[in-house]
Design a binder for this molecule. Structure first.
Ligand code: TXA
Ligand code: MG
Length: 346
């Protein structure tokens, strides 16, 4: 299949490009769309064949459900049974990087929800994503636009290297603003929330809207054998670079000492803080932002992991993030990419 690449900088001035992307979706094709979190591999969320094509292009097990993307929070009514908590969340965080899991209506084919009786719904804030959803007139089912097992794509180049020839169109909307996938919450019967995946909407922000938010244990921990996670995506190994990734914690000076020693011994790649550039051998460093700038670190993480892979190092080192605020999302992605390998430097 030939994949068309279209750059959309300003959707309001590129109505023809938006209409073409929308028409491909409506006709059962696949279009990769930019969002504020990561790029999404989009198809018609009401069409079971589109869902099958998405799973095939991504190489994803079809029991791992897709998120459907809408352009206004009220559109959820057509696809899910909403409640007061949903609208409180919508008022506070939509459009934006939040996905809400609700009981599904029959209008969503079971292929989209991986056989689940719930559906994950998100109203993205990226203007190009919103314009394409509106023009398509159908919700867009979209997982992250990476091949299963690769880091989520935060630029059109990442998407093209994974999906060129497997989708009808890639819409290039530049670098994603947040760089980590959306926060996912499940609304419980009692109106409380369970945080299934941390992201741009933090745990503390959720607490401002709902005083009963529990954190799914899979976010920080390892799944026990035969344990079934609430969010199926959590059971799959994700974002793993080819070389082993080791997360370091402990005293900063001692960590630098350790890294200098490692650099002299093996081909290592280091996702370092900007402040550390002058402290280590420049070769093999991928700076991901200043120590206290978690937002930049989040934005650069997936790109850094892809770059790390290209160098084929023996080993990759990075700092273990703090778990507060957006740090929890960074921690969750990194601990999984590292298959929970943490080394304390004393
Ligand atoms: O930011 C994002 O959420 C991006 C952009 C494209 O919107 N999408 C994304 O989709 O990250 P994906 O498919 O890579 O991750 C969706 C996660 C999966 O872990 C899946 O298991 C979970 O959402 N999920 C989907 N439907 C669910 C449901 N009904 N119940 C529980 N978890 C669900
Ligand atoms: Mg994904």
């Amino acid at each position: 299949m030939r994949t068309e690449l279209v750059k959309i900088n300003n959707p309001s001035e590129q109505a023809d490009d938006i209409a073409r992307a929308a028409s491909i979706i409506k006709n059962g094709g696949l279009v990769v769309i930019p969002t504020e979190t990561v790029y999404g591999l989009g198809g018609d969320g009401t069409n079971r064949d589109s869902a099958r094509k998405i799973y095939e292009a991504k190489g994803r097990p079809s029991d791992n459900p897709l998120i459907i993307h809408i352009s206004t929070p009220e559109q959820a009514e057509k696809f899910a049974y909403t409640n007061q908590t949903y609208y409180k969340l919508a008022e506070a965080f939509m459009p934006g990087p939040l996905t809400v899991v609700l009981p599904k209506r029959d209008s969503v084919p079971s292929e989209v929800t991986g056989g689940f009786d719930t559906v994950a719904i998100r109203c993205p804030s990226h203007p190009t994503a919103r314009a394409i959803i509106s023009a398509a007139g159908v919700p867009i089912a979209a997982p992250s636009a990476n091949i299963s097992g690769k880091p989520s794509p935060t630029s059109a180049e990442h998407v093209a290297s994974d999906l060129d020839g497997k989708v009808d169109m890639i819409v290039d909307g530049g670098e994603c603003e947040i760089g980590l996938e959306s926060t996912i919450v499940m609304v419980n019967g009692d109106g409380g929330l369970t945080l299934l995946r941390p992201g741009g909407i933090t745990y503390d922000a959720l607490l401002c809207v709902c005083d009963n938010v529990s954190i799914s244990p899979t976010i920080e921990g390892v799944l026990k054998e035969n344990e079934r996670p609430l969010s199926p995506g959590m059971k799959y190994k994700h974002y793993a670079p080819s070389a082993p990734l080791v997360l370091l914690c402990g005293d900063e000076e001692k960590i630098l000492e350790f890294l200098r020693h490692e650099q002299s011994e093996k081909k290592c790649l280091i996702l370092c803080y900007d402040e550390e550039i002058g402290e280590l051998l420049r070769d093999g460093l991928i700076p991901i932002g200043r120590h206290d700038d978690v937002q930049t670190q989040a934005k650069k993480l997936f790109s850094a992991l892809r770059e790390a892979d290209r160098h084929s190092p023996d080993i990759i080192y990075a700092h273990l993030p703090q778990k507060d605020g957006l740090g929890l999302a960074l921690y969750n992605r990194m601990i999984r990419a590292a298959a929970h390998t943490v080394k304390e430097i004393k």
